[in-house]
Design a protein around this ligand. Structure first.
Ligand code: GLU
Length: 701
């Protein structure tokens, strides 16, 4: 029975040819030779895409059955922040359903947990492969989303225990909220999603609608027109205070007076010909587009209550009318109703996080990729949110959190981290200034953990985390620098690398070390420095099995060949006498004493270096054997793969569902390999993985 199932899966369903007919053509039709540059580029892209699909399959497939578990694959995708209901993987999910149907709804599995063979898998993922490959390559703005989410959960849980604050009670619907409600949703500019707590519970937008109507007005009228009616200054007064600025304008669009005025611009200038009902629909459709089609509704009970309890807002309206703040043709009653309607639109944390992310993303919704607003509009909206978004706390918020935000009386807090992510926190209890207590605590804790404050320094060391940074970024760049220094014969730079504590034995994805490059370029001084001072192994093999001496020979650098040969001979001699010893990293002082001993022979200081301890025969080539296969696969997946990602990647067998690219520590260590190592003990934690090429491991991304 099992055998039958497997056979069935191994065969591509016959109808796949139909379903994916176009794709099949582009796969196998090689008869027409590309004529233009564009054709070539397209072909190249297709080639890469095909490779990506194969690599993904190899990464998740079972070696026993030769099939991929889609459940495992989708779980892996989720750890990168991409959900199954993301519109950008809709085709993948649809294809899964089609295949499941073609397989007669095979018992024991659902569309999302079925097992597929290679060809079927490739066809299924093909339409969304660009996004999927990007996800597994950790090329999103938060590369290690899993770790980031763990930290967020910790903050969320700390805020949960905060029971301070009081519910708004000016209308009964708000007073009835559960004070324990606490939801938090995150959406990055790459559409990575995370939600925790009461994220589906509906609540009304209230003041969180203000930046959105302001954005529509800016988009349609431009800042000049809008700001001829409303100012840009924090009022320094209560959000609904009966006050105008010195130009007889409301202070800014984030307070009630300013938002009522924005509503009047919508009615009188943006859509003067629309009825009230049409303007409501029109506005709602903007909100909906910003949220990527997620939940935006309307709460009529709240609307009616708002209108009922609106003495102050009406007073503001009349006061502004008296001061000729509104554009001509303004119908105040309609404007007030429209304002209450905007406050009464209903949503949830999930949808609002996408809206916040669209603001973080310059007006483009990350999940649908629709360009909703122009980036200039968003810049203006965020500027005002930054200075005026959290009532009378705005100054302190700008100081402590340093990010644009907008809070509302229903307990919402929309936080925007420009070019990174949008966050929405919802918890009804408010502090005395009207901000959600838990939401505020979350924002403040967030920026004390991560360097998201606008004026946090991103370059120099700080005690904050930067989740935007790739774990391998620094190391990768260092390797590039190291190899470049060796290739260009820059001994001073090599010395600097060594003094900075860098592992000089590191290799690139072809297994080429600094010694290979120095030898192939004929830089004898560098070769000497690397062997005598840095004690790197003299015989690392690159991916093709070449030693540094082979390189020197190939390029006719006789003096280097001579030196390397005599070094190897001495190393061989001393290897017979030497016992394996622990090798420690050398310090600057070691270097000085070692050079003052002028032991330019490999056997002169046994036990302390690769040169002096050559009995340890693990070469960089060996170290990279299995690893370079993974790295090679990564390259196949994407020629644009950044060097730093490539340099530090190792075995992906380590649960692909947690992080597709494990840290060097996660990967195999040489401890226990039974071989003593001539390289400093930390070397294995980087380029080396310590497994042999025969290891049954999956190629990595
Ligand atoms: N509907 C509320 C009002 O206008 C909104 C208040 C708020 O969220 O700040 O009074």
């Amino acid at each position: 029975m099992i055998a039958i199932t497997i056979l069935k899966n191994l065969r591509a369903p016959p109808l796949m040819n139909l379903v994916f007919a176009n794709r099949k053509l582009s796969f196998y039709d090689t008869s027409s030779t590309p004529k233009t540059k564009e054709d070539n580029a397209k072909l190249h892209r297709e080639q890469e895409q095909r490779n990506a699909e194969d690599v993904l399959f190899d990464m998740f497939a079972s070696e026993e059955t030769g099939l991929i578990s889609m459940g495992k694959f989708l779980a892996g995708l989720k750890t990168t922040g991409i959900r199954r209901n993301d519109p950008r993987v809709r085709e993948l999910m649809d294809n899964l359903k089609k295949v499941h149907k073609l397989n007669n709804y095979e018992t024991g599995s659902s569309a999302e947990t079925q097992h597929l063979n290679r060809e079927t898998f490739k066809a299924v993922v093909a339409p969304n492969i660009v996004l999927i490959a990007k996800a597994f390559r950790q090329q999103f703005v938060i590369p290690d989303f899993t770790s980031f989410v763990k930290d967020i959960e910790d903050i969320y849980n700390r805020c949960k225990t905060n029971t301070l604050g009081k519910l708004a009670d000016y209308i009964p619907q708000l007073a009835r909220y559960n004070p324990d409600s606490w939801g938090l949703s995150i959406c990055t500019i790459d559409g990575q999603r995370f939600s925790i707590g009461d994220v589906d519970v509906p609540f009304t937008l209230q003041s969180c609608s203000k930046p959105l109507t302001y954005a529509i007005a800016l988009e349609k009228l431009g800042p000049k027109v809008v700001h001829s009616y409303v100012g840009q200054e924090p009022s320094g007064r209560n959000f609904n205070e009966l006050v105008l600025d010195q130009n007889k304008k409301p202070h800014n669009p984030m307070i009630n007076a300013g938002a009522i005025l924005t509503c009047s611009l919508m009615n009188a200038l943006v859509k003067p010909d629309m009825t009230s009902a049409e303007i409501f629909d029109y506005t709602m459709s903007w909100f909906k587009r910003l949220s990527g089609g997620e939940y935006i509704g309307f709460n009529n009970a709240v609307f009616l209550s708002e209108r009922e309890a609106a003495d102050r807002n009406y007073a503001l309206g009349f006061y502004m009318r008296e001061n000729k703040c509104f554009p001509k043709r303004t119908n105040l009653k309609e404007v007030m109703d429209f304002y209450f309607q905007c406050c009464s639109m209903e949503t949830n944390c999930e949808a609002m996080s996408v809206i916040a992310a669209s603001l973080a993303n310059g007006g483009i919704c990350p999940t649908t990729e629709e360009k909703v607003f122009r980036p200039e509009v968003i810049r203006d909206v965020l500027s005002i949110m930054h200075s005026c978004g959290t009532y009378d706390y705005s100054g302190q918020f700008a100081f402590k959190v340093g990010l644009p935000a907008k809070s509302g009386v229903s307990g919402g807090m929309m936080l925007v981290i420009p070019n990174v992510m949008g966050i929405f926190a919802w918890s009804p209890p408010l502090d005395h200034l009207g901000n959600t207590v838990r939401g505020l605590q979350f924002c403040e804790e967030l920026v004390s953990m991560f360097n998201f404050h606008r004026y946090d320094n991103l370059k120099h060391l700080s005690n904050k985390k930067d989740p935007r940074k790739h774990r391998y970024e620094t190391k990768g760049l260092s390797i590039v620098n190291l190899l470049f220094s060796a290739a260009s014969g820059d001994v001073t730079a090599l010395r600097r690398h060594r003094l900075s504590g860098m592992d000089i034995t590191l290799a690139d994805y072809d297994g080429r070390t600094a010694l290979h490059l120095a030898a192939s370029e004929g830089h004898l001084e560098c070769v000497k420095f690397l062997l005598e001072q840095c004690h790197v192994p003299h015989n690392p093999k690159d991916r093709w099995g070449n030693l540094p001496v082979d390189e020197a020979e190939n390029f006719g650098h006789c003096h280097v060949v001579e030196f390397l040969r005599s070094w190897a001979e001495k190393a061989d001699q001393s290897s017979e006498e030497c016992k394996p010893e622990a090798v420690t990293s050398k310090t600057q002082a070691d270097e000085v004493s070692s050079s003052s001993n002028s032991s330019s022979s490999p056997g002169s200081s046994p036990g302390s270096s690769p040169g002096s301890s050559p009995c340890a025969s693990l070469t960089t080539g060996d170290l990279l054997g299995h690893n370079s296969r993974n790295l090679y696969e990564m390259l196949k997946l994407n020629s644009n793969f950044t060097f730093q990602e490539i340099c530090s990647t190792s075995d992906l067998e380590t649960s692909p569902t947690t992080s597709p690219i494990p840290t060097p520590v996660e990967s195999g260590s040489r401890a226990g390999s039974g071989r003593s190592s001539p390289v400093p003990s930390d070397a294995g934690s980087t380029a080396s993985a310590g497994s042999s090429i025969d290891d049954k491991t999956k190629p990595g991304l």
